[in-house]
Design a protein around this ligand. Sequence first.
Ligand SMILES: [Zn+2]
Length: 91
Amino acid sequence: MVDANAVKERTAKKGAGRPRASSNVASHKHCKICSINIDVKSDPRICKSADCIAKNEKNQKNDKMMRIMFFVFFAAVVAPIFLSLLGYGGG
Ligand SMILES: [Zn+2]
């Protein structure tokens, strides 16, 4: 007869041997502007410095702008090329 508890124990031991890298390393964060240590729960990921808050806001605006520029670029450059490849370019 197979002892169910013994089997369970053996499988549990097999799983426990695996190192859990992700849970232990991420105990702190760094400010993405000045890289000092900040609280893990900080959101956005910046410290409380006014300079960093201002820079973060600026970055977010730049990020938004980059996304808009990407769509404009895509519409103006990539889409016509893509359409011509498909045979819609009047060729
Ligand atoms: Zn900072």
